[in-house]
Ligand binder design. Sequence first.
Ligand SMILES: [Zn+2]
Length: 364
Amino acid sequence: MMDLEPIDFELDGPGSQLNPFIRHLPKVELHVHLEGSLRPSTLRQLAARNKRETSELEMWIKAREKSKFRYGDFQGFIEAFKFTVMLLEEPKDYGFAAARLFEELASQQVRYVEVTLSAGVVLWRKQPLELVFEAVEQATQEAGKRWGIRTQWIFDAVRQFGVDPAREVLGWARRFRNRGVVAFGIGGDERQGPAELFVDVYREARECGLRRTAHAGETDGPESVLRAVNLLGAERIGHGLAAAADEKVMALLAQRQVPLEVCVTSNVSTGVLERFGSHPLRQLLRAGVPLTLNSDDPGLFDTSLQREMLLAAAHFSLRKDEVVQLCRNAIQFSFLPTGEKNVLTTELETAAGEGDKEKSKVNA
Ligand SMILES: [Zn+2]
């Protein structure tokens, strides 16, 4: 295992009486991008490793801190994503980034994670995807040994790059299917890369045994969620918050049990939502839509899975059983085999029950 600097970010969130309970729970993260997980400290380390001139990076970090990691709009976020991605120059940089991410996840009691790699961007940059995957694969194995974290990978294509590059991403996902790539997905500009374009690619993904996700209803309306489910057969939807604007779409998600991977701080940072509390989380829960909480791009949004849970508990006055249900959903809707889901569920139930016992001890 490579030597790592201590992590210099704050895991604390706002006040909720559930804070100690939430910190203690074993967790599952389903929606986190490796490239978006890079925090300023990691970006500085990457620049130093590659002997890059750092004045531009320091200015960029200062601007992020000044704006509290808000990008104004989605385009502003895309620019920031591009800036950080450019610091991943060599395959070993991806491995380093992955090791940093796993270390953070371990500190939040994360037991299982599905990490998204923007394979579409790696290929677009003409980087050797095979070597990039080897580097993250090695970090995955080391994190498993050192932290006990189980990881599977999702290869993501970029919607606006079109069909051929997406099919190329699928080809690589298929090639690495027996080495920990479990799913194929699309992200990016929903309007420039509508679902209709990717129907055949998703059918091919299903035929070769890959699971399917799609970012949808993040920057486009409820129709985009509907199309991701109906046309692509997406098994989980990234964000999907636009679904709340259409009763029929919520009913479809509830009926088919297609979960939304909720990433609230992300939506605030990219300007989709004005405030954390503006997220339609309660409305979606009332409609029976299954939800999970996620960090999306924790480095770019200065958040973490644990922080999202703490914030959600505080802003939406979540009860303890509702927090546990969100964790249970993350296990249930993960792409793990049933046996492993059962093990994680038992661990969760035990931890949640233990929390209760400790509390009654205090009260007694
Ligand atoms: Zn995402």
